[in-house]
Design a protein around this ligand. Structure first.
Ligand code: SF4
Length: 313
């Protein structure tokens, strides 16, 4: 059990009650890998598990999970009232390469629908964040396979997403390509055939198995995008000669490289370069329980370099 702490100065009774809630609801996957862990980096998952008993978690950081949990409970109660034959908050298990994979799905709706629905409470950037959407798609398809192996058919899968920071005015202004059109959106994802999700799971299980007994500092590094980089401005800049100011800045690396190729061709007399700006890693700084034992992150801190320096490529 991690130690829950409060550095924010909450009054003692609030700290005591909140600690009771989070301790009571301490999450235990009850198996070797859960559907939500399977998509996460090996290093972050294994460090978090190995050092769980020694880790300290700020109570303020448990609130997002607590809000999600409250949301789930309200939905579960209403689903049971309206569709009593639904499977609600049901945990299932299956074996993959000798490992147990578990998943607790929010809502399987029979009644001729055969739908799987998963409640999510997310921030609006999810709407355009393909990497996060891909994780949801995988997680939902793990549930689909768990249901299949338990004898259920699944026709459709939805993430029932409530956008916590939704602003109606921004939806009108930005349009549906850039911003969710409503606060609650049922995002449909493809249902994978069994062979596809099993092949994915076997690959991930093999990766975890490979590092189960590896020392902490021998775990594979977390990829940059999994560390949730935060940039001061747009991350990719294209520069002319030795200019300090970018000719153009981009959110997307591919777009930046395409622009670079085009402008090099159009204006070959200048020296063009592309630079990834400095960033900090939000997950490492605030959200990874394995961070105190992570050589990848601690080495950066010890070198006085918590962020990537600008890199000209
Ligand atoms: S601290 Fe960062 S790099 Fe280290 S395991 Fe956690 S997320 Fe990965």
């Amino acid at each position: 059990m991690p130690k829950y702490i409060d550095s924010s100065g909450l009054p003692e009774p609030i700290v005591k009650v909140l600690t009771h809630i989070v301790k009571y609801d301490d999450y235990d996957p009850g198996a070797r890998l859960s559907a939500s862990m399977i998509t996460e980096p090996v290093r972050a998952v294994l460090l978090g598990r190995r050092h769980r008993a020694e880790s300290k978690i700020e109570l303020q950081q448990t609130l997002a999970a607590l809000e999600g949990q409250g949301n789930h409970e309200v939905w579960a109660k209403a689903i049971k009232a309206v569709y009593p034959d639904s499977l609600v908050e049901k945990r299932l298990w299956m074996e993959v390469l000798g490992w147990t994979i578990s998943g607790q799905m929010d809502w399987y709706l029979p009644y001729g629908y055969d739908w799987l629905l998963d409640h999510k409470r997310k921030k609006t950037p999810l709407w355009t964040d393909k990497q996060s959407q891909r994780k949801i798609e995988v997680q939902l398809n793990v549930y689909v396979e768990l249901l299949r192996q338990a004898g259920y058919n699944v026709n459709k899968v939805f993430a029932n997403v409530q956008f916590a920071d939704f602003a109606p005015g921004k939806a009108e202004h930005s349009g549906p390509n850039k911003y969710p059109p409503h606060k609650l959106v049922a995002m449909e994802f493809p249902v994978w055939p069994s062979e596809r999700i099993i092949a994915y799971l076997e690959g991930r299980v093999a990766e975890f198995a490979k590092y189960m007994d590896a020392a902490d500092d021998k775990l594979p590094p977390c990829p940059k995008e999994e560390r949730w980089p935060r940039y001061n401005g747009k991350p990719w800049g294209v520069f002319k000669n030795k200019n300090q100011r970018a000719t153009r800045a981009f959110d997307d690396e591919t777009e930046a490289r395409e622009y670079l190729a085009n402008i090099q061709e159009a204006q070959p007399s200048y020296k063009w370069s592309i630079t990834e700006r400095e960033c900090t890693y939000i997950r490492c700084e605030s959200w990874c329980s394995g961070a105190p034992w992570c050589s990848q992150y601690q080495n950066e801190i010890n070198q006085g370099d918590r962020s990537d320096n600008d890199t000209t490529i």
